[in-house]
Ligand binder design. Structure first.
Ligand code: FAD
Length: 461
């Protein structure tokens, strides 16, 4: 049997997704004297930050100012609270909102991530344009820039194909390191601080069934590496857990995550069920709608849009992927559409006619105003179902990401961020304001790094 290898570092980060890479990169920026070690289960398989469309909200950025948009952390906080009904740790939500612009500026200026203002998703509950996204509207280029930055820092080491298997220490005296496995080799790594950036539990069906029973049989379209490790370790330490029913719902065409971009609905598209009938105001946010789609016959719905909308969204990464994977059909008229989708032709024809004939601007039976332009053939369509994208419940932390016990005291030397923590999205799918995932991932990572750098390094103080 090979002997356990002993390693030593200043900051040990579990998980090299958006949160973990941000912690590593920001510590390297603030405190270049600190040694940082990142453990990653498998860099070649996508984490949630790579799967995400990567719309990142931030309030009060220079990009907004240049576009003449007035925004503030208070306004972002108000939008978040409106969406989650106040089911949130107010201090954490406020700290995240206040740190959001600084984190985005740092990503652009220090790390070199190309971000621009993205106006497409404002309708989902943000009162001003505040989404920032890569021009390709996808996660991979953002993660690639972060990874390049980290790999160029000599004091940061990424141990790939390395699975953290447990924490050393206890809730009273604190955490002094971790145990890990790498290619059959056991590792014990001592560290002054441990950061759990290893995501949520969306890929653990038994945990989803226990905490989010309404989605027990729904596909999970997030990272297959979202195995709930932080939750297990937190539970065995006696850490406080909260908002366990919180998740981001999404629609998907295939269980591999193939999906359409939300603006196909916003710009005038509709959803019908297997009877060819509309059943909901499609402009509700995609997270809340996921479970509504699961309640339809066959647990399915059909999104229908037209050529004009298709031209607006054709370049978006997920649309290109959906096209390539055969998830979108194009049909010259409603009869062909009904035949292709297997829907009752007369009902579908009537539904499309009713939607097209609705007086512009006036609300329909579901409270949705007809769009400026009626849908016209040729039509595009996709059969979808509701899915779990990622979970938002987990470890309770303070504003610096310190993991807390039920009495509110921190577990010494242990931090957590991103999807590992109880986030800012209430306690179900309806509290998720679009962008809450990456807002928490990047900003909590940045705030954790700032705290650790200040505590451990004269350079970071
Ligand atoms: C389909 C989809 C679309 C989304 N779109 C958006 C969006 O547009 N905007 C938005 O704000 N949010 C979006 N999100 C949510 C967002 O992706 C997540 O909230 C965010 O990426 C979480 O970051 P993270 O660092 O916590 O997790 P991840 O990015 O998943 O990183 C966790 C890492 O930890 C590693 N890990 C896990 N366990 C271990 C272990 N034991 N040892 C070593 N490594 C381990 C994993 O391998 C993984 O690489 C979306 C999510 C999905 C699934």
């Amino acid at each position: 049997m090979t002997e356990t290898q002993l390693l030593d570092t200043d900051v040990l980060i579990v998980g090299a997704g958006g949160t973990g890479l941000t912690v590593a990169a920001a510590i390297a920026s603030f405190a270049p004297d600190l040694r940082v070690t990142l453990l990653e289960r498998d860099l070649s398989s996508p984490c949630n930050s790579a799967i995400a469309s990567n719309f990142i909200p931030a309030a009060g950025t220079r990009f907004q100012r240049a576009a003449g948009i007035e925004d503030s952390p208070e306004l972002l906080l108000a939008d978040i609270l409106k969406k989650n009904g106040g089911h949130v740790d107010l201090r954490l939500a406020r700290a995240i909102c206040e740190g959001s612009a600084e984190a985005v500026h740092w990503l652009v200026d220090e790390v070199g991530v190309a971000l621009e203002l993205a106006p497409e998703l404002t309708w989902l509950g943000h009162s001003v344009v505040r989404m920032h996204a890569h021009p390709e509207r996808g996660g991979p280029p953002v993660l690639a820039a972060l990874r390049r930055f980290v790999q160029a820092c000599s004091q940061v080491e990424i141990l790939d194909q390395t699975v953290c298997t447990g924490l050393a220490g206890d809730a009273l005296t604190g955490i002094s390191g971790v145990s890990a496995q790498r290619a059959g080799q056991a590792l014990q790594i001592r560290a002054s601080r441990v950061v759990l950036a290893c995501g949520g539990f969306g890929a653990r069906p038994e945990l989803v069934a226990a905490h989010i029973p309404e989605m027990a049989s729904a596909p999970h379209i997030g990272s297959a590496k979202d195995l709930g490790d932080a939750l297990d370790w937190g539970q065995s330490l006696g850490a406080a857990l909260a908002l366990m029913g919180s998740y981001q719902g999404r629609d998907c065409i295939f269980a591999d995550g193939t999906r359409v971009t939300p603006p196909v609905l916003n710009q005038g598209g509709i959803a019908v069920n297997a009877a060819g009938l509309r059943f909901v105001n499609e402009l509700q946010d995609y997270s809340s709608l996921a479970r509504v789609y699961r309640q339809q016959p066959g647990q399915a719905a059909y999104f229908i849009w037209d050529q004009h909308i298709q031209q607006q969204v054709a370049g978006v990464l997920v649309m290109r992927q959906a096209m390539e994977r055969g998830g979108i059909v194009q049909c010259a008229d409603s009869a062909l559409l009904a035949r292709t989708l297997g829907l009752p032709a007369a009902t579908l024809e009537a539904t499309l006619r009713q939607w097209a004939d609705l007086p512009r601007g006036s609300p329909d039976a579901f409270g949705r105003a007809a769009p400026e332009r009626p849908l016209k053939p040729p039509y595009y369509a996709a059969r979808i179902t509701g899915a779990v994208a990622h979970t938002q419940g987990g470890l309770v932390v303070d504003t610096a990401g310190r993991v807390l016990k039920p009495d509110g005291q921190p577990i010494p030397a242990l931090h957590a961020g991103g999807n590992a923590i109880a986030g800012i999205s209430g306690d179900s799918c309806t509290g998720y304001l679009s962008g809450n995932g990456l807002l928490v991932a990047y900003t909590s990572g940045y705030l954790i790094a700032r705290t650790i750098a200040a505590e451990l390094s004269p350079a970071g103080a």
